[in-house]
Design a protein around this ligand. Structure first.
Ligand code: ZN
Length: 79
């Protein structure tokens, strides 16, 4: 399943839309499991571990809004 995902979303974090290196990657749920999401490929996406952790169970849009003006966050991902 991870392979199919990488073929679909090659190394781009779906949360911050920045490139991600393999060691930074985790699988995130588009709709959190706690909100009724499932483990299907359609509901899975690649995300930085940091982004995944910081997002928690928030809607993606809310997370993206929270980092839009946070250049420190984006810089920390590149470190
Ligand atoms: Zn990210």
């Amino acid at each position: 399943m991870a392979k199919a995902l990488y073929a679909r979303d090659p190394w781009i974090c779906h949360l911050c839309r920045k490139p991600a290196e393999e060691r930074e990657l985790s699988l995130d749920h588009v709709i959190p499991v706690s909100m009724g999401g499932n483990n299907s490929l359609a509901n899975s996406a690649i995300a930085h571990r940091k982004c995944n952790y910081a997002r928690q169970d928030r809607p993606i849009q809310e997370f993206q809004d929270s980092i839009t003006d946070n250049s420190e966050w984006l810089l920390s991902l590149a470190a």
